[in-house]
Design a protein around this ligand. Structure first.
Ligand code: ZN
Ligand code: ZN
Length: 482
């Protein structure tokens, strides 16, 4: 029953409803709390054990993709680099450098949340490799604070309580993201035997600033920042709309910057980034072309930076490549800007195509992975204010495990609780994972395919293990093999 409440992200009240609907007696709340704590502990320990396996898998894939000793020839990784490193494995101690995305997520919206989580996902494989839950709340502390007692007694209580205290973060909720990054980067070598070389994160990340100050890998090895294309895309849209409003570029008339054109320019900008991943010069040209192309007229064409060739998106260059006369601009430009409007947008385009900016977005990657893991995490957690830290820990662990390993994770937790999963359970979990993989098929990115391949292999191994064990006695310690 407690496992069920974890699965649906609800608390005791939901068990009352469940029992009422099925006409069976419920346990009392105290028993529920006790059992719930045990289930939380089992979930966390099962997941902690699987995190090591995940990291081993990530390293194995790195070894395949970037064999030790070989320089990285991947354009994406070399571009914008100062050239002093470029093997994926440290020559001093053989520890790999991996590229990750980092994101903070909070239990409650707005920065009043008592719990926050920092999550790191490996960019190559898409696995969550580490996470940190931070808590500003501890129930015994809250009760103690409300009691009237002499200062000395309170101090004695505090000392005695300290080892069990659930508070591991004293500063603001907003600072949780930063704190989680510091802890995760700080322990990467010791706990996982890896270093996180780059951090893909959103624009104004305080976490990155904290890592720059911390220098977890020494002052010669700064963690580098990459920006999520989606965030830069958003920023471009905001800047265009702001400019249109402040400089009064909108309104009716030929070549004005309407809201619709802002949206189109924003999308062209994104296209210029994604079409030219890994090539700074072409990305820069592409961004400028997206402006100048739109500001061209028959009398005054500016297609110099538009891509040449017969399959160019630019009608003008395409005609040129075919040796034909380009058609009139009035009929071929879908987004036309007057000369004056384009001139006023130049400073913005200069900023958004600066070398500093391009180096951060050259990878052309997005943080989508992090956003979906955030969804999976909080699905398992009741949204009530007074949910305990144990429950949050379990919810996060559960979400991470499902993200990495699929729904099959639940069968492992049941195993660890000595509740062998029945055929019904296994069939349901398998069907849910299959549905999930099918959905992922729609975005057929290479890394995703890799992730799925591995997931299948792993699930097959888990099932084989499961079947092996079905005839055996279930006991504690069995999970230690995984
Ligand atoms: Zn406490
Ligand atoms: Zn053009």
């Amino acid at each position: 029953m407690c496992l069920y409440t974890h699965e649906i992200g609800k608390g005791f009240v939901s068990t009352d409803k469940f029992c009422a609907a099925f006409g069976m007696p419920n346990m009392n709340k105290r028993t529920f709390t006790k059992k719930d704590k045990a289930v939380s502990g089992t979930i966390v320990s099962t997941v902690t054990a699987t995190m090591d396996t995940t990291m081993d898998m990530v390293k194995e894939i790195y070894r395949e993709v970037y064999p030790p000793g070989e320089e990285i020839h991947d354009e994406l990784d070399n571009a914008g680099n100062d050239g002093d490193e470029e093997t994926a494995w440290s020559e001093d101690d053989g520890v790999p450098w991996i590229d990750v995305t980092f994101d903070g997520t909070w239990h409650k919206r707005g920065f009043t949340s008592l719990y926050g989580v920092g999550i790191v996902i490996d960019s190559l494989t898409g696995y969550v490799v580490d996470y940190q839950v931070l808590s500003k709340y501890c129930h015994p502390c809250t009760i103690n604070a409300s009691q009237d007692m002499p200062a000395a007694a309170r101090e004695a209580w505090r000392v005695q309580h300290a080892p069990d205290c659930l508070i591991n973060h004293e500063a603001s909720s907003k600072a949780m993201e930063k704190e989680a990054a510091i802890q995760i980067w700080g322990r990467s070598v010791e706990r996982h035997g890896v270093r996180y070389r780059t951090m893909l994160s959103d624009g104004d990340s305080v976490a990155f600033a904290a890592l720059t100050a911390l220098q977890p890998y020494g002052e010669n090895r700064p963690v580098r920042k990459k920006e999520c294309v989606n965030h830069v895309h958003k920023r471009m849209g905001t800047a265009l709309r702001k400019q249109a409003q402040e400089a009064r570029l909108g309104g009716r008339g030929e070549g004005r910057l309407t809201a619709d054109k802002c949206r189109k320019l924003q999308n062209y900008f994104r296209g210029a980034i994604l079409d030219n991943k890994g090539n700074q010069k072409e990305m820069e040209d592409g961004i400028w072309a997206s402006l100048f192309h739109c500001a061209s007229t028959d009398e005054d064409p500016h297609h110099g930076r538009c891509p040449a060739g017969e399959d160019s998106w630019c009608f003008y260059r395409k005609a040129q490549a075919r040796g034909e006369a380009p058609g009139p601009h009035a009929q071929n430009l879908t987004t036309s800007l007057s000369r004056d409007v384009a001139r006023q947008l130049i400073p913005l385009y200069k900023r958004m195509s600066s070398s500093d900016m391009l180096q951060k977005i050259l990878h052309g990657k997005t943080q989508n992975n992090n956003e979906s893991v955030n969804n999976v995490v909080w699905v398992h957690c009741p949204k009530t204010v007074f949910v305990g830290k144990n429950r949050v820990d379990a919810a996060v662990a559960n979400g991470v495990a499902k993200f990495n390993r699929g729904n099959f994770q639940m069968a492992e937790v049941m195993d660890a609780m000595c509740l062998p999963a029945s055929d019904f359970t296994i069939n349901i979990l398998e069907a849910r994972d299959t549905a999930r993989i099918k959905q992922a098929d729609k975005s057929a990115e290479a890394q995703f395919a890799l992730q799925r391949r591995l997931r299948r292999q792993r699930d097959a191994a888990v099932r084989a293990n499961q079947e092996d064990r079905e005839g055996e006695m279930y006991g504690p310690g069995l999970m230690a093999d995984h």
